[in-house]
Design a protein around this ligand. Sequence first.
Ligand SMILES: NC(=O)c1ccc[n+]([C@@H]2O[C@H](COP(=O)([O-])OP(=O)(O)OC[C@H]3O[C@@H](n4cnc5c(N)ncnc54)[C@H](OP(=O)(O)O)[C@@H]3O)[C@@H](O)[C@H]2O)c1
Length: 301
Amino acid sequence: MRVFMTGASGWIGSAVVPELLAAGHEVSGIARSEDSAARLRAAGVAPIAGSLDDLGTLRTAAEAADAVIHLGFKHDFSDYAASGRTERAVMETFGDALAGTGKPLLFASGIAMVAPGRPATEEDASPFTGPDAPRGGAEALALGFAERGIQPVALRFAPTVHGDGDHGFTAVLAETARRTGVAGYVGDGANRWAAVHRSDAGRLVAKALENPGVANIVHAVGEEGVAARDIAEAIGRGAGVPAASIASEDVEAHFGWIGRFFSLDIPASSTLTQERFDWRPTGPTLLEDLAAGHYFARAAA
Ligand SMILES: NC(=O)c1ccc[n+]([C@@H]2O[C@H](COP(=O)([O-])OP(=O)(O)OC[C@H]3O[C@@H](n4cnc5c(N)ncnc54)[C@H](OP(=O)(O)O)[C@@H]3O)[C@@H](O)[C@H]2O)c1
């Protein structure tokens, strides 16, 4: 298949690309800079110059492909509403480009607040609808594309896709501990985060592309829920600082923008995904990854 990707140069995308190439697919990807284009070329991806704001370029590239995998996202948490507007506009563009073609449209999504108080499953619909919702309500919008003759598949990634080289939430928490001298958790730290190793996430996306009709919601989740306190204690051991509870009124001051995410309880199951796609997570657990030291080697360098 000719697969067009956004975010092919990113943390998850760069784990997906080798899986697609190994399966014999041709991959093209949007590149917003010469640096990204060079990284894509080195990985075996044909770069297409443009950005998530170049909707015409995205449309043309999607029309020319047999499938689209959308993993690009503006991770600007200081203006998350703007990121959501872009996400929605990109999704509307892919909807128009692929309508009536039967082509698969795989896209990144999340699990936060999908099922408050219990592990979210693949059968829980996203509560976020409409353009003002988190991520622009893009998951609900795109799943509706099934009625337009598209095969949409929501790739719901655990809130931490961890591994050596991660620059996402877990890396930010490790850096926050190093900077403040405290590995914080909120309240009693009983809230949980689902987790998945990057290698497992990459394999799963490739499997979902091969079988887009199997399920329209996929949970890239290796561990159902790791307690925030256990995460903080592992970060404390790695960073050589004490773990401590942060009172809810001090969360913003201690953690900054990541505090509101680290306060959330985001457990999730992948039982159905594992059955449906014959996928078994085999990578290190989050606590094993934190014990391996790479999150702290980089910070100390
Ligand atoms: N990592 C996680 O733990 C996690 C958890 C849950 C959900 N997700 C979601 O999964 C998806 C992939 O995440 P990730 O961790 O791989 O993100 P990432 O490492 O930050 O990569 C983001 C990708 O988007 C591209 N991008 C950003 N802004 C762009 C723009 N304006 N125009 C074109 N491309 C742009 C980046 O290109 P450059 O290479 O040029 O920067 C990069 O390829 C995202 O939707 C993310 O929200 C991730």
